[in-house]
Design a protein around this ligand. Structure first.
Ligand SMILES: [Cu+2]
Length: 452
């Protein structure tokens, strides 16, 4: 994080992607911020070594939304760091004793729940629901008191996979206001049967078939591409946020989301780089950047960690690809004797509170090239539409001539494939169409290529 003592450790490119998109009626230039601590694409982990301690601060701030509005939010920020939405991605290893110190700068009590973790301690004793003097439940777990209170949670990370962390205090308000983040637990050992010399973190869980592509898979002459991604889905009812900001009451019966986000951003911001300069408080992009699957040069799939912290189901829908679901809610999909219970899925239906771990590959199945042309006649130029990402050629790795007046943001003949939430009513920002939970998969040409 910008000013934290924690490191963001996944490999990645050191340069900006330099993309642009067409929002409805608007051309918007997307460019990476200058000195970025995180890789431009891929999950941006905060790690702190073995048995890590993270200090988080509950505070308020503002985010930017695709309809040009700003929204008052609450968040867990890194201690001493700037407000950010969503909270920091915490990455730990199986078996670690994880300590999270929560400092509370908000004006009401807050807390953190760690769904899927067992035997969570709060200030050293078992975390428990909290009641007031009349046996009314006030919090699902121990709180950090308002206006400067603190609480220290700890647990042993037991099962590799993907988890939410979120407020357990008045969650219908506090989680909706943004008090949530992602927790990744990585295996501590390489699963038996693995070939080569992989690191434990090259696997999603303790199954040998959960291996995915990390930056180390690629040569140092190519910008390193780490193919591990986060899709954290959330929602906002602006009337709740406005009421909280103004200190006014809000009837939860009237709660109704009007914005839906990936990683705290709506499209087109969702495909901007991690740490994009114009989104100082929304550090996490959602663009997936991959190479075509190849058994020799690129033998492992990419990994996506889906999380839904909203109140509605998100039927997420990567075009042109099945995903292999290998984990749910931080548990590998396998039977009691290790039976393989993974399954292929086209639309990934992530229910409220769920997490799904999914592997995916993109095959250049028919190897179309200028020597093996697509078996349809390309229409005349005046009958074609040119998107902002089209290279001018239908062939991967090729660029071609665009008609006069057309411009492109394509860099090197790469492909872009949309990946979006398929509840289409959620693809808006308070009515601004085709924003919301949309991102792309960028497929780069095989190595060697001309990509900058
Ligand atoms: Cu679609």
């Amino acid at each position: 994080m910008r000013t934290s003592a924690f490191s963001r450790v996944r490999c990645g490119q050191s340069r900006g992607v330099g993309l642009a998109v067409l929002a409805p009626g608007v051309a918007l230039l997307l460019q990476a911020g200058a000195a970025s601590a995180a890789p431009p694409t891929g999950i941006a982990c905060n790690s702190a070594g073995a048995n890590p301690t993270f200090t988080l601060e509950a505070k308020s701030g503002y985010i930017q939304l695709p309809d040009s509005s700003t929204m008052y939010m609450w968040s867990y920020a890194m201690g001493g760091g700037a407000f950010q939405h969503p909270g920091p991605v915490l990455c730990v290893n199986q078996g670690d004793t994880v300590t999270v110190i929560l400092n509370n700068s908000l004006t009401e009590d807050v807390s953190i729940m760690f769904p899927g973790q067992e035997n969570v301690l709060a200030n050293g004793v078992p975390a428990q629901p909290q009641f007031d003097g009349t046996s009314t439940l006030t919090s699902l777990t121990n709180v950090a008191g308002k206006n400067g209170g603190s609480m220290t949670y700890s647990f042993v990370a037991s099962s590799p996979g993907t988890y939410l962390y979120e407020s357990g205090t008045n969650p219908q308000k506090q989680v909706r206001m943004g008090l949530f983040g992602a927790l990744v637990v990585r295996p501590s050992t390489v699963p038996s049967g693995a070939t080569g010399t992989p690191a434990p973190g090259d696997f999603v869980n303790n199954r040998v078939d959960s291996r995915f592509t990390t930056g180390a898979m690629f040569s140092t002459t190519e910008p390193l591409v780490n193919e591990e991604y986060m899709v954290l889905l959330s929602e906002i009812d602006p009337y709740l946020n406005q009421a909280v900001e103004s200190g006014l009451p809000f009837n939860p019966n009237n709660y109704r989301p009007r914005y839906w986000l990936i990683n705290g951003r709506g499209f087109p911001d969702s495909i901007a780089d991690n740490d994009a300069s114009w989104l100082p408080d929304q550090p996490y992009g959602a663009l997936a950047r991959i190479h075509p699957f190849d058994a020799n040069s690129h033998p492992y799939p990419g990994a996506i960690r889906y999380l839904n912290v909203g109140t509605e189901e998100f039927p997420f829908h990567p075009h042109g690809n099945n995903g292999l679901v290998i984990g749910r809610d931080g548990r590998a999909l396998e039977g009691p004797s290790g039976q393989d219970m993974s399954f292929e899925k086209f639309a990934i239906n992530i229910g409220p509170g769920q997490t799904w771990d999914v592997l995916f590959k993109w095959y250049d199945a028919e190897n179309y090239s200028e020597a093996n042309p697509v078996p349809v006649t390309i229409p005349q130029v005046n009958n074609q539409e040119f998107g902002m990402f089209y290279s001018g050629s239908p062939y991967l790795g090729k660029t071609g001539t665009l008609p006069p007046g057309a411009s492109t943001l394509n860099e090197c003949g790469e492909y872009y494939i949309i990946s979006h939430n398929h509840a289409l009513y959620q693809l808006t920002s308070w009515g601004v169409n085709l924003t919301g939970p949309i991102t792309y998969v960028r497929v780069d040409p095989p190595l060697p290529n001309n990509c900058p």
